[in-house]
Design a protein. Structure first.
Length: 53
């Protein structure tokens, strides 16, 4: 859990210091959030499949 939080914090800091415009940065963050939400929505299915194997 700590690695996940640390990785997320590192990604946010990296994005904040990247030489991009505000619009590009917002698009990148929105894209990352969409991917993370999709991944998390699949997690219960993966866990259930693992339990029932």
């Amino acid at each position: 859990m700590a690695a996940l939080v640390g990785g997320l914090a590192g990604a946010v800091v990296g994005l904040m210091f990247a030489p991009k415009s505000g619009k590009e940065l917002r698009q990148d963050v929105a894209s990352y959030n969409t991917g993370a939400l999709k991944q998390q929505s699949n997690r219960p299915k993966i866990v259930l499949k693992w339990i029932l194997r």
